[in-house]
Design a protein. Structure first.
Length: 200
């Protein structure tokens, strides 16, 4: 009797699933999944407000991801025409890098330590080299950056170049900013234009 009861439950469940799919339930689930994984740009901009004000960035940029995980808030944006990526990370109470690291010339050492920590992660960074230094406007301040090149897994060409910097906002929080593209495609003009339009 118990076996027959289980068979009837299974048959009812199968018919319920078939009925759900036939009235468009599958489409509703897929639509909801796509909304979660690929929300509209206005939803992304709203989420990104935890990290900064992106309302002044131009239409040539698109916010790809805005997420919070493990005490970090981050925003990933892309320059549509070139594919260049811009990242802003709020690492909370334990910043990955600080403006003082740039003043004290400790950036390369800290970056090498970070690459060792993430050595066995999904993205593997190798042969990180600092190639030059400069200044950039971000969050209404002029801050130091270092230009870098590196070999990296999960990138078609296997090599990237870009900049990394840290800025202390008016509220005292530290943001790490990064812009990178495949080797030979990186543009400092794109990075300058994007970061100067991000506010607290």
């Amino acid at each position: 009797m118990g076996c027959l009861k289980n068979i009837l439950k299974a048959i009812i469940l199968v018919f319920a699933i078939i009925g759900f799919i036939s009235i468009g339930g599958k489409d509703a689930i897929m639509k909801k999944w796509n909304e979660i994984m690929n929300p509209p740009q206005d939803v992304m901009v709203e989420r990104a407000k935890k990290v900064g004000d992106f309302s002044k960035i131009g239409d040539e940029y698109e916010i790809d991801k805005a997420a919070s995980a493990f005490g970090y808030n981050g925003v990933l944006a892309e320059h549509k025409a070139s594919g260049q990526k811009m990242v802003i990370i709020d690492s909370g109470k334990k910043p990955l890098l600080t403006p003082q690291d740039f003043k004290d010339d400790k950036v390369e050492e800290k970056l090498q330590d970070l690459t060792k920590k993430f050595k066995y992660s999904v993205v593997n960074i190798q042969d990180l080299k600092i190639t030059k230094k400069g200044r950039i406007n971000a969050f209404g301040k002029r801050v130091q950056y270092v230009r870098f090149s590196a070999k990296i897994s999960k990138v078609p060409s296997g090599e990237i170049e870009g900049i990394i910097s840290a800025v202390k906002t008016k509220s005292g929080q530290t943001r790490v900013i990064v812009s990178a593209n495949e080797k030979g495609k990186y543009s400092q003009l794109i990075a300058n234009d994007f970061f100067r339009n991000v506010r607290e």
